[in-house]
Design a protein around this ligand. Structure first.
Ligand SMILES: Cc1ncc(COP(=O)(O)O)c(C=O)c1O
Length: 399
């Protein structure tokens, strides 16, 4: 039998946005699972991974519990289920995000109400949120059932202000921290402020389980409820007994083995992403017209999962034949075998969500029209950044 495919020649050339990186310990945990025949969606790696996550987020102080799940999307879905969100309800969701923040709202039959961002963090605008809730109450006579702010590209939202609005109205917060593993706001990890926090361990995230996620729950009883929902709501009976709807959302013991290996290098991944941002900070400063999205103040400590840039009005990009500057730069870098990505297209502009109420202020539409995400993963080092910057330099100019 031939060995695993050798991708080294491709990887040497192509610079990917955020490619996963193994510690070397992952196979030990996977081999243990095979040796013990724990090739199922529960087992010692799942429990071990949950404990590792709890230690990472809460140290020894843990009223919270963390449940490992098959995806970050599943975590949002189960948070909504656990909060009793259902048909006819509304949920306030950040508009500037990946669709997975909003899709689960539709799974439970509720309607996402989109809220635009503020320009400092690019995340949910607390003042607009407050006005939007007031308007929903006036229009529907009902309070929205949850608020889902997002930490875009790892950047902490103004979560204290969002929580103040949430407390004023008595609405629980589900923090979509899928992109913000290890980011902190005022010294506290993102994902640990609200009623629930979600994490994603998808292949391109800060740490990966190939595919997976986790739900940070406020206490043991809630974690038990969520675990039950994630395992088809099977009741403790000798036969298969079900008293409410269930889902098949538990993380596999094999994937959790990858997660345990990844936790051994989570801190070095975080340090590396911050180092990459520092390099961009230094080297982008001599390209006029390009602004690096950065921590807006000392309270914010992004993991810089992806490094994002925006363009000033006087910047032109060669090859902009009407496709827009972000697309022209994406194409120019693609020609150099460098992967970049448009900023998320706001949910209120997505055809699927066209009928959902939206409270907009122009911020996310403006950012979408003049920004791009640059590569930032563990494989991006000084030579790759030099290559990226030289490709950008060749493609842009200021009038
Ligand atoms: C903001 C955001 N929310 C939710 C998700 C969903 O996570 P998953 O892919 O693990 O389902 C992702 C990433 O994929 C994301 O970027």
């Amino acid at each position: 039998m031939s060995g695993p495919p050798d991708y080294s020649c491709i990887m040497a050339e192509r610079i990917l946005l955020c490619l996963c990186h193994m510690s070397g310990r992952e196979m030990d945990f996977i081999n243990e699972a095979f040796a013990d025949n724990w090739v199922v969606p529960l087992g010692p790696n799942v429990t071990g991974f949950e404990k590792d996550l709890e230690k990472f987020f809460f140290g020894n102080d843990k009223p919270h519990r963390i449940v490992a799940l098959s995806a970050g999307t599943a975590a949002i879905h189960l948070a909504l289920v656990a909060l009793g969100v259902g048909h006819g309800d509304e949920v306030m969701v950040q508009s500037f995000t990946f669709s997975a923040s909003a899709n689960p709202v539709t799974y439970v039959g509720a309607t996402p109400v989109f809220v635009d961002s503020e320009p400092d963090t690019w995340n949910m605008d607390p003042e607009l949120l407050d006005r939007a809730i007031a308007d929903r109450v006036a229009k529907t006579g009902k309070l929205p059932k949850a608020i889902i702010p997002v930490y875009l590209y790892g950047m902490p939202a103004k979560i204290s202000e969002i929580l103040k609005v949430a407390e004023k109205w008595g609405i629980p917060v589900i923090e979509d921290s899928a992109e913000a593993f290890g980011s902190k706001y005022k010294g506290q990890y993102c994902g640990t402020f609200g009623r629930f926090g979600i994490q994603s361990f998808n292949g391109n995230k800060m740490i990966t389980t190939s595919g997976g996620g986790a739900l940070i729950c406020p206490d043991e009883a809630t974690a038990r409820l969520v675990t039950s929902y994630a395992t088809q709501s099977r009741e403790p009976a000798p036969w298969y007994q079900h008293e409410r709807v269930g889902f098949n959302y538990r993380l596999s013991n094999i994937s959790a083995g990858i997660g345990r290996g990844q936790m051994t290098i989570a801190d070095s991944h975080l340090a590396h992403h911050r180092h990459v941002q520092q390099l961009y900070r230094e080297l982008l400063s001599d390209i006029p017209g390009i602004i690096l999205h950065d921590n807006p103040g000392p309270d914010f400590d992004s993991n810089f999962w992806l490094c994002a840039i925006t363009f000033t009005p006087d910047l032109t990009v060669s090859g902009d034949d009407g496709c827009g500057r972000p697309e022209a730069l994406r194409r120019a870098l693609e020609k150099e075998n460098i992967e970049t990505r448009h900023l998320w297209k706001p949910m209120h502009l997505q055809p699927f969500f066209r009928d959902c109420p939206a409270y907009v202020n122009g911020v996310s539409e403006d950012l979408f029209s003049r920004g791009l995400c640059l590569p930032a993963g563990p494989w991006v080092k000084e030579p790759e950044i030099e290559r990226i910057l030289s490709a950008i330099r060749n493609a842009v100019s200021t009038r």
